[in-house]
Design a protein. Structure first.
Length: 144
């Protein structure tokens, strides 16, 4: 098993809530989820800013829309860019909508099929974070 080291960070409450919710949906532990996010981020960075799909396969989805709708989307992207302080892309926007709609449709289909989600546990969604201090190697006790 690879050696590991603890990484702690203070987050704004709204970001913490988003991370915890996404982690719960993924079914991963906090450590697994954050590792996955960071790995994906650095892979994307190495790929010139383009997202790398986990299976390495991508497909193009293209369609035409009415100019009024296009302008509304552009205005929304500009507002979100201003609000968040980072560029919000058409791709991000459309993929987010598609994933949200598919997740909801799949949830409804599962409910209709009589398959309900596992009951929530009383376990905290986030694992406790230990102080971020350099780890010291265990030394044998000194002899008198």
């Amino acid at each position: 098993m690879a050696q590991t080291r603890n990484l702690c960070a203070q987050l704004p409450l709204d970001l913490h809530a988003k991370v915890c919710e996404a982690r719960e949906q993924s079914g991963l532990t906090t450590a697994q989820y954050i590792t996955s996010l960071l790995t994906e981020y650095y892979a994307m960075k190495e790929n010139g800013g383009k997202e790398v799909m986990m299976n390495g396969k991508t497909r193009t989805l293209a369609f035409q829309i009415d100019e009024d709708l296009f302008n509304r989307i552009k205005a929304h992207l500009e507002r979100e860019t201003q609000r968040t302080g980072r560029k919000y892309t058409q791709r991000e926007f459309v993929l987010g909508l598609i994933e949200e709609a598919l997740n909801e449709a799949e949830r409804q289909a599962a409910e209709e099929a009589g398959q309900t989600a596992a009951p929530e546990t009383s376990v905290s969604p986030c694992e406790p974070c230990e102080p971020c201090e350099p780890e010291e190697e265990a030394l044998p006790p000194e002899k008198p």
